[in-house]
Design a protein around this ligand. Structure first.
Ligand code: ADE
Ligand code: ZN
Length: 331
C-alpha cells in the first residue's frame, strides 16, 4: 500500500456532524461579524482547542453559537461539501441538530433544513457529491428535547432528510426516555442510528439495538469487550460507523494500533470509516485510510470493501444506492 491514499479513490462517509465539520476560520469569521466572543475555543494556530470529551462538547457548543441564520447553514453546507469532495467523498450523511438550527422550534427548523437541502442540491450539481441529512438529538439536552427533534425529523422526512439519531453524552439520562423519539422516526420511515459504546460499555450498544432498534451504531467500539455481543453484531449485520481518529483524539485509545477496528472486522462485524468532526480531530478521510494502512496493512481492496459496506448501509433510496455503488466500482 502506498503511504498516501489517492484522494480520487471514491469514498462514502456515514458519520459526520455538519457543525463538527465547520472549518475553524469559518466559525471565527462569523463570530467576529456577529460580535460573539469565542476566542477561547481556538489555539494559537487557529484550530479548535479542547481537553477531553466533556471539554470537547463545551467547545463544540460554543463553536455553534455564531451559526444562527439559515444562510449560515447554507454557506456551511457548501464549505463542508467542498472539503469532503476534495477528500474523494462521493456520498455523505450529515448529522444535523434542530437545537443548533433554530433552537428546536419546528418552523425555524424547516427554514434551516430547507437552506441546507438547497445547498446539498447545489453541491450535487457543482461538485458531484450526494448528501443526506440525519436529524440528531443531543442526549444531554434531555428527553423532551429529543421528542421535539424527532417531531422535526418526522415533519421533514423524505427527500434530503433520511435518518434520525442521537449523539452527545451517552451517559446522560435513561435510555428508555429516548425510545419515543426512535419510534416516532421509524414510523416516519427514517433510518436509525445511535452513538453508543463510545463512552459507555457494551450494554449501551445492546440497548441501542434492542430498545431503539437501530440498524447502525455510531462508534460502538466498546462492544469489543463482550464477545457474545460482537457475534450478535456480526449475525444481525449491524453496521458500525467507526471513527478511529476521533477516538484517539478524544483519548479513548492511546494510538490507532490500539483501536479495535481491525479486531471487529476480523470478527466479521460490518465496519465503516468516518471522520466524525474532522477539524476538531485534525483528520480527513484520506488520513484515516492512511492510518489504517500503516497500522493494519489495509490495502485499496480493503477500502473498496469498506466503502461498499457503507453504501449498502446508507440511509438513501434504492436508485441513489445503485448510483453510489456504480461510482464506487467505476472509480
Ligand atoms: N457530537 C459530535 N461528535 C461527537 C462524538 N464523538 N460523540 C458524541 N457526540 C458527538
Ligand atoms: Zn459522532
Amino acid at each position: 500500500m502506498p503511504d498516501r491514499i489517492d484522494p480520487a479513490l471514491p469514498k462514502v462517509e456515514l458519520h459526520l456532524h455538519l457543525e463538527g465539520a465547520a472549518p475553524p476560520a469559518f466559525i471565527r469569521d462569523l463570530a467576529r461579524a456577529r460580535g460573539i466572543d469565542i476566542a477561547g475555543i481556538f489555539d494559537d494556530r487557529g484550530g479548535y482547542r479542547f481537553d477531553g470529551f466533556a471539554d470537547f462538547l463545551r467547545v463544540y457548543a460554543a463553536a455553534c453559537l455564531p451559526l444562527q441564520q439559515p444562510e449560515d447553514f447554507r454557506r456551511l453546507t457548501l464549505a463542508v461539501a467542498e472539503e469532503r469532495a476534495a477528500d474523494g467523498v462521493i456520498y455523505a450523511e450529515f448529522f444535523l441538530s434542530p437545537d443548533f438550527c433554530g433552537g428546536g422550534d419546528l418552523p425555524a427548523w424547516r427554514e434551516h433544513c430547507a437552506a441546507i437541502a438547497e445547498a446539498a442540491q447545489q453541491a450535487q450539481a457543482d461538485l458531484g457529491i450526494t448528501l443526506r441529512g440525519i436529524v440528531t438529538t443531543v442526549r444531554q439536552l434531555g428527553p423532551q428535547v429529543a421528542r421535539r427533534a424527532a417531531l422535526c425529523a418526522a415533519e421533514t422526512a423524505g427527500g434530503f432528510i433520511t435518518g434520525f439519531g442521537i449523539a452527545g453524552d451517552e451517559n446522560a439520562g435513561q435510555a428508555r426516555d429516548f425510545t419515543w423519539g426512535f419510534d416516532c422516526a421509524r414510523e416516519a420511515g427514517l433510518g436509525l442510528t445511535a452513538h453508543a459504546g463510545e463512552w459507555a460499555g457494551p450494554q449501551a450498544v445492546r440497548t441501542a439495538l434492542d430498545l431503539w432498534r437501530v440498524s447502525r451504531i455510531g462508534h460502538g467500539v466498546h462492544a469489543i469487550q463482550d464477545p457474545a455481543l460482537v457475534d450478535d453484531l456480526a449475525e444481525r449485520g449491524t453496521v458500525l460507523e467507526l471513527c478511529p481518529g476521533s477516538n484517539v483524539a478524544l483519548g479513548l485509545y492511546p494510538s490507532i494500533a490500539a483501536h479495535p477496528v481491525a479486531r471487529l472486522r476480523d470478527r466479521h462485524v460490518r465496519v465503516t470509516l468516518s471522520t466524525d468532526d474532522p477539524p476538531f480531530f485534525r483528520t480527513s478521510l484520506c488520513a484515516e485510510y492512511e492510518a489504517m494502512a500503516r497500522a493494519f496493512g489495509w490495502t485499496e481492496a480493503d477500502f473498496r470493501a469498506i466503502n461498499e459496506t457503507a453504501a449498502q448501509a446508507a440511509f438513501c433510496d434504492a436508485p441513489t444506492r445503485a448510483g453510489i455503488l456504480a461510482r464506487l466500482t467505476e472509480g
